[in-house]
Write a protein that binds this ligand. Structure first.
Ligand code: PMV
Length: 314
């Protein structure tokens, strides 16, 4: 069999301004896509390979799920600037870009809502638990709000699983500067989400903390809408404390958050936690980068307002 033509698509990473973990329980969240992208190309081939290596589908559950209806071998090639397992949505970006590339290969490019269903399906297949927040942000780009009623006039899609429903809306991307700090510690999302669930099952205190995150997120989204960096920063730092109480921060994240705070309006872990990345809201990005570097982290001054999943001509 001859090799086919390449189908190429990309999707952005993202960070969570407010609301991670609580969003799994249908609470609100606000997320921005960033200029760190994942690009994937796929073509028909003789063997299943990714970047030149044979694929072990047991170790690649996202690929396994997304290719479940494909009846012959494929070659994949990926390029990514998104740190892996770091709360920046690398697996959702991979799933969104791959779902788009595979739908192009079928000659029937998926729209945003179908892509979110497909990418979220891959996330659930791989990690068993979670919300469609990452998939929505990586597909749509720009900014999204989940379950925030005041943004419902820009409603994008509603996704349900079991008793949970997530209503996703488009939000304006604020003209603010965010610095990401990567601890370099990889922490898979599934076990952290399960840890919070077990804590909530055992303790009404944990349920109250998740309710407090909801409140902080609602107030933060209002601060965001009126460009109030001071209030938003204060609420981000408050959110970090609440996430720490839930047990999803770690020493390295706390170190980077604390190092950033003297030069920031606020700072918090972003994504699942346990390692991975933090984010600071600042108008002194150079100082924050220096502080993060001095504590052993890797800083990125991210650009927001970027496009979501898109195709690339061959
Ligand atoms: O670490 P990430 O990028 O997979 O983000 C996880 C966000 C959580 O709220 C912790 C889980 C979820 O599925 O919403």
């Amino acid at each position: 069999m001859t090799e086919g033509r390449w189908y190429r698509a990309s999707a952005p990473g993202k960070f969570v301004i407010l609301g991670e973990h609580a969003v799994v329980y249908g609470k609100p969240a606000v997320v921005l896509a960033v200029d760190l992208r994942m690009t994937i190309a796929v073509r028909d081939s003789r063997y299943n390979t990714i970047n030149g290596e044979r694929i072990d589908f047991k170790r690649q559950p996202h690929l396994r799920y997304l290719t479940r209806d494909v009846d012959h071998a494929l070659e994949f090639s990926t390029e990514s600037m998104i740190p892996v397992g770091s709360g920046m949505g690398s697996s959702a970006a991979l799933s969104a870009a791959l779902a788009l590339a595979l739908s192009m290969r079928r000659g029937d490019a998926m729209g945003e809502e179908e892509l979110v269903e497909e990418a979220y399906g891959a996330e659930l297949y791989a990690q068993g638990i979670g919300s469609p927040m990452d998939a929505s942000a990586c597909v749509h780009g720009g900014g999204i709000a989940v379950n925030l009623p005041e943004s419902s006039d820009r409603h994008l899609w509603t996704i349900s699983r079991g008793e949970r429903t997530w209503s996703v809306s488009d939000v304006d991307v604020p003209d603010m500067t965010f610095v990401i700090g990567n601890t370099g510690i990889r922490a898979p999302t599934g076990p952290l989400v399960s840890k919070v669930r077990r804590y909530m099952e055992r303790s009404s205190f944990a349920v109250d903390v998740v309710d407090d995150i909801e409140q902080v997120t609602i107030e933060g989204s209002q601060a965001l809408a009126r460009d109030d960096v001071e209030a938003l920063g204060r609420l981000m730092t408050e959110d970090h404390k609440l996430l720490s109480i839930l047990g999803v921060s770690c020493r390295e994240l706390n170190k980077l958050v604390n190092a950033s705070l003297p030069y920031s309006y606020g700072a918090k872990l972003t994504g699942a936690g346990g390692g991975g990345c933090m984010v600071a809201l600042t108008d002194r990005p150079d100082k924050v980068c220096e502080a993060i570097r001095a504590r052993g982290g890797v800083p990125y001054v991210v650009r927001t307002g970027v496009p979501g999943a898109m195709m690339h001509p061959e």
